[in-house]
Write a protein that binds this ligand. Structure first.
Ligand SMILES: *[C@@H]1O[C@H](CO)[C@@H](O)[C@H](O)[C@H]1NC(C)=O
Length: 120
């Protein structure tokens, strides 16, 4: 009887821990990262570069993006980091939306309002 209680408690503990980590970590979501070219370049404007990712087991998924505006600007920014983007990119089709513009890089979590995020 004592032993059964012990096993039951352990199971309960394991299930609780599993539940906690599943609740906290969005392992199963497929995130879409979109980087849109909104530079004043007639031929390329609106070009959307997209890829998908899931959050890894260690919760350390990181993507950075090297942006280069040939002959003008060049910079590198974090396109996806777990701590910053895990929640905010769930609002709009699991998408992180980035827009590369003349004055810098903008982020949107709804593809409608844009927040200035990185300077060139
Ligand atoms: C974002 O909005 C634009 C229109 O403003 C649309 O063309 C584009 O497909 C949208 N992108 C996504 C990923 O929904």
């Amino acid at each position: 009887m004592g032993n059964f209680k012990g096993v039951a408690l352990q199971l309960l503990l394991v299930f609780s821990l599993l539940h906690l980590s599943f609740a906290k970590i969005n392992w199963f979501y497929n995130y879409h990262i979109h980087i849109r070219n909104d530079l004043p370049l007639p031929m390329l404007k609106g070009q959307d570069y997209t890829w998908d990712t899931k959050i890894n087991f260690l919760h350390t998924t990181l993507f950075f993006c090297n942006a280069r505006w040939v002959g003008r600007k060049r910079m590198s920014f974090d396109a996806f980091t777990v701590g910053r983007d895990e929640q905010r990119c769930l609002h709009y089709h699991n998408s992180c939306m980035w827009s590369v513009r003349e004055d810098g890089i903008y982020f949107s979590q709804n593809n409608a309002t844009w927040e200035y995020s990185y300077r060139w």
